[in-house]
Structure formats: structure tokens, C-alpha cells
Design a protein around this ligand. Structure first.
Ligand SMILES: *[C@@H]1O[C@H](CO)[C@@H](O)[C@H](O)[C@H]1NC(C)=O
Ligand SMILES: *[C@@H]1O[C@H](CO)[C@@H](O)[C@H](O)[C@H]1NC(C)=O
Ligand SMILES: *[C@@H]1O[C@H](CO)[C@@H](O)[C@H](O)[C@H]1NC(C)=O
Ligand SMILES: *[C@@H]1O[C@H](CO)[C@@H](O)[C@H](O)[C@H]1NC(C)=O
Length: 483
């Protein structure tokens, strides 16, 4: 046994692994576009994010789902949304449903490895029953909200308050959410006994609509004449400051060097709300690269890199087994879609992944239905790719004309029904050249692959609104207990 341990130790030190489980900080930026971080766009003021990104590995092909709920389902469970009934848009506040309860979530796996587990921010995986909420899905503490969006100061969405400390409804104190969440993260870090590994899942409210930010941050972009883009840019910078404060807290507690930090958007930016994915094509809600290729990096404990990029193909479902591996464990569930990419990332060897499903949405085909998959450098899209399918530069003028003047038929579902689009993303990462007519053989092969995937599909679970959800039944708070 002793020899084995010694061997293991030598083996590990020769590579890049460490015996100690790292602290893990998993930061999500909501609706952040590809072109909305300083490490992709020098016009953005994100010094803290950039410093972290440049001290680690910028992930060039880290894919997510086109909208919020499905990405979060992927991270927490390691299962694709189309295998979870979550492939159609997002869970609405009044829908009596939540992400499948029969799956073991990432924090539950990390608890088995001895981690303290905390969550701060946006859940959006359903809350109609307490079983659906973070408190019952592996988090020792939860501070944040259950729905997809709300006012940044009052925490109100659709006339209901949505803000909790564990299960306790909490009144707003008027402070901007980036500051509120940074303060809580600092408190958790300060109170943590660092001999135990800590997992902090930090899905920020920033920078989802509504477009709100303290004036101080907006004023840092006074050269931008477009009101929405100026405020949105300020929102990104406020979040960046929060991240700076949190890394500072880790440093003060001597935890920083032992922390693995993953940063990712949950989907692309939304040009209608001033997010920007240029030069990538499309928007949040589309299966184009602009909706699904996340601004992302990984840095810190176990990542022995400095200002490098990793071009291997990663999907949101991979983070669950990958972070468990980083923590020293392993997932043995052959049914799971996620792949453990930890060693591949650490050693910059090619990704284990050669294909993935962007989405399979079976609701009301052929109109809203779509399918999109990746196979090597090829991507096939069938049907309606989603709203705002063009290329949009950041708005600098007062009226964002490119968006305002987009002819309706360009995002009318009927125009796309039954269509195939094929792209070679190596040669054409911005999806300008549809090759479907030139390569009918590849279209055929990938259509067959889509049919295979569809055999594993769970029908979209998208129930009608349930009046029992009404916050007026619960002292004005969106509250579990009605499903
Ligand atoms: C878990 O739930 C999903 C979605 O409802 C279902 O498709 C799957 O069969 C369930 N898995 C097991 C092992 O019961
Ligand atoms: C970061 O910390 C500074 C100093 O405590 C504070 O003034 C600032 O408001 C904090 N910013 C955020 C976004 O938390
Ligand atoms: C932290 O935990 C370790 C191991 O359980 C214990 O020995 C130590 O006293 C704790 N430190 C503090 C400050 O509580
Ligand atoms: C990181 O690398 C890029 C290109 O390789 C370079 O432009 C940039 O200055 C570098 N940044 C830092 C902080 O090293």
C-alpha cells in the first residue's frame, strides 16, 4: 500500500495533479456575449476577469446551450437538456415543473468528496416544490433567487419578490445585486475553514436584462452614445469589480493559490438588450455560434498555464465530471452525456469530444422545432435557428439600427422550416457560408446522427402556467409548495 501511495505521488508530481482537493469557484455570467469581455474585446473594462483569464487557459470552444435553464441543467447534472425535457426555452415562474429530480447534482458529488458547498445567485432550474431547490440539491447554503431574471435592486419579477437566504424569504435592501453577491461571497470565504475544500457556485445575475447599473459604472463608458450599450457595458464592469473583490478575499485568506476558477457565460449575448457576440453569428436563443460558444476560461489550482488558449471542444455537460475529477473523484455513470476532460485540459491534449448536440427542440415542429449538431469541424442546423440570426456590431450610435431595422421575415420561423444549413467551422467560424448544397453526403450523415440522438430524447416538458404559483398566496414571494 505504502509503495503504491509513493508511486502514485511520484506519478502525480511528474504530471500536473495534486493530492489535495482544490477549492472550486464556478463563476457564471448571465447572457454575457462573446464580445463582452476584455480578453476578446479591448473596449470592455474588465481588468479582473482579464487578469484571471491571462493567468490560465482561455477556452476557445467551450459550448453552452442557447438559453439559461438548459445550460444550468447541463452543468449541474452532466446531461443534455434534450435528455431532460428542458430543450424548449426556459422554465417560466408559473410553470409547475423543474429539472429532473432523479439525477445527482454536481454539489452532491462534491459533498461525497468532503466539500463544503455554497451557491450565490440565480438558480433557474425550477422551484415549484422544495425538492427542486438548491437547498435540497446539494448546497449547504443558498443565497439568491429561483427565477431567470428580476430587478437588480428590488429583486422583484412579475409582481413577486424572489430573494432568499437558504429557505428564508429576504427583503431587498436597495443595494445592486453584484455588490450584494460579492459581499456574501466574501463572508462565506472569510467564515470558511480552509482545511476543508470549498465549492462556491456563483451564477451572477449580471448581465441579464433588465439593463440596470449604478451610474458610476455607466460613466466609465461615456464615449458610447447608445444608452443600452453604455449601461450594459457598465454592468459588465460592475460584475468584474465583484469578481476582483472575491479573488481578493481568497487571497486574504490564503486560499487563492489552492482555488480552481472556472468562468463561463450561460449562453450568448442578446443584441436586443445590448449584449454582443461579434464577429460570431446570432444571438442568445439561437443555435448559431453567437448563442452557444461561451466566453470562458479556467485558471488556478491544477491548471499550470499562463496566457494560453485551449481549442479542444468542450460542452457544458462536461463540467460536471470534469470538476469532480479535478476534486479527486470520478463519475462512473455510462448513461451520462458529460465527459471527464480534466487531464485533457491540464495537459492540453485534444478533447475527448468529437461531437455534441447544440439542441434538439421538438416543440411544435416544424415551426419552432429545430435540431443542430456538431461533428468534427462540421455543424448541421435543421429548421428554425432562433431569433436574431445575423451579425451585429456593438451599438455605438444612439439607435441600434441594425437591430431596429432587421426585417421581420429574417427571424420569422416559417422562412426556416425544413431547411438544412451546413457550416465548416474550421474554415468559417462565423457561419457565413452554408455548404449544405455542396455536401449532400455530409448533410445525410449528420441527419442520420440527429435521428439517432432523437431516439434518446425525452419530450419537451413545457406545461401551461399554473395559477397556484401566484406570489400573492405566499406573502408576495415566489415560493415552493404548489406542485
Ligand atoms: C430520469 O428522468 C428522466 C427525465 O424525466 C427520464 O427520461 C429518465 O428515464 C429518468 N432516469 C431514470 C434512471 O429513472
Ligand atoms: C468591492 O470592494 C470595494 C471595497 O470594499 C467596495 O467599495 C466596492 O463597492 C465593492 N464592489 C463590488 C462590486 O462588490
Ligand atoms: C479547521 O479545521 C481543522 C480540522 O478539522 C481543525 O483542526 C481546526 O481547528 C479548524 N480551524 C478553525 C479556525 O476552526
Ligand atoms: C496574452 O497573449 C496575447 C496573445 O497571445 C497577447 O496579445 C497578450 O498581450 C498577452 N497578455 C498577457 C497579460 O500576457
Amino acid at each position: 500500500m505504502k509503495t503504491f501511495t509513493t508511486l502514485l505521488y511520484l506519478f502525480c508530481s511528474a504530471l500536473v495533479c495534486s493530492a489535495k482537493s482544490p477549492h472550486i469557484l464556478f463563476i457564471v455570467a448571465d447572457d454575457l456575449g462573446w464580445n463582452d469581455v476584455g480578453f476578446h474585446n479591448p473596449d470592455m473594462i474588465t481588468p479582473n476577469i482579464d487578469k484571471l483569464a491571462y493567468s490560465g487557459l482561455i477556452l476557445n470552444q467551450a459550448y453552452v446551450q442557447p438559453v439559461c435553464t438548459p445550460s444550468r441543467n447541463s452543468w449541474m447534472s452532466g446531461y443534455f437538456p434534450f435528455r431532460s425535457g428542458l430543450q424548449h426555452l426556459v422554465i417560466l415562474p408559473q410553470q409547475a415543473t423543474c429539472a429532473p429530480l432523479n439525477r445527482t447534482y454536481l454539489p452532491q458529488e462534491l459533498k461525497k468528496l468532503g466539500y463544503a458547498t455554497h451557491m450565490i445567485g440565480k438558480w433557474h432550474l425550477g422551484f415549484c416544490s422544495w425538492d427542486c431547490t438548491p437547498t435540497y440539491r446539494g448546497f449547504d447554503s443558498f443565497f439568491g433567487y429561483y427565477n431567470g431574471a428580476e430587478d437588480y435592486y428590488s429583486h422583484v419579477i412579475q409582481k413577486g419578490k424572489d430573494f432568499r437566504d437558504d429557505k428564508k424569504p429576504t427583503e431587498a435592501d436597495g443595494e445592486y445585486s453584484a455588490h450584494v453577491y460579492a459581499k456574501r461571497a466574501r463572508q462565506i470565504i472569510n467564515d470558511h475553514n480552509a482545511t476543508q475544500p470549498m465549492f462556491l457556485y456563483l451564477p451572477f445575475q449580471s448581465v441579464h436584462e433588465p439593463i440596470q447599473v449604478p451610474k458610476k459604472y455607466e460613466d466609465m463608458y461615456s464615449q458610447i452614445k447608445n444608452d443600452g450599450r453604455r449601461k450594459y457595458s457598465g454592468m459588465v464592469t460592475a460584475m468584474d469589480e465583484a469578481i476582483g473583490n472575491i479573488t481578493q478575499a481568497l487571497k486574504e485568506r490564503d486560499m487563492f493559490d489552492d482555488t480552481l476558477i472556472l468562468f463561463t457565460a450561460d449562453n450568448g449575448g442578446w443584441p436586443t438588450y445590448s449584449g454582443n457576440n461579434y464577429p460570431l453569428r446570432g444571438s442568445k436563443t439561437t443555435v448559431f455560434e453567437g448563442g452557444t460558444r461561451a466566453a470562458s476560461f479556467i485558471t488556478g489550482a491544477g491548471i499550470n498555464a499562463k496566457n494560453e488558449t485551449y481549442n479542444g471542444m468542450l460542452h457544458a455537460v462536461d463540467w460536471m465530471p470534469t470538476l469532480v475529477a479535478a476534486a479527486g473523484g470520478s463519475i462512473s455513470n455510462a448513461d451520462m452525456d458529460g465527459m471527464d476532460q480534466w487531464t485533457n485540459i491540464q495537459t492540453r491534449t485534444p478533447s475527448k469530444r468529437t461531437e455534441f448536440v447544440y439542441n434538439l427542440d421538438d416543440m411544435n415542429p416544424p415551426l419552432t422545432g429545430h435540431a443542430a449538431i456538431r461533428y468534427g469541424n462540421y455543424k448541421l442546423i435543421q429548421g428554425y435557428p432562433g431569433m436574431y440570426p445575423g451579425w451585429y456590431k456593438p451599438a455605438t450610435v444612439e439607435v441600434n439600427q441594425e437591430i431596429e431595422e432587421l426585417p421581420y421575415e429574417r427571424y420569422d420561423e416559417k422562412t426556416w422550416a425544413g431547411q438544412n444549413m451546413l457550416f465548416d467551422l474550421d474554415a468559417d467560424p462565423n457561419e457565413h457560408n452554408d455548404l449544405s448544397r455542396e455536401h449532400p453526403d455530409i448533410v445525410k450523415k449528420m441527419s442520420d446522427m440527429i435521428q439517432e440522438y432523437k431516439r434518446k430524447m425525452v419530450p419537451a416538458n413545457y406545461p401551461a402556467n399554473d395559477p397556484k404559483s401566484d406570489p400573492s398566496n405566499y406573502d408576495g414571494f415566489w415560493t415552493p409548495g404548489w406542485c
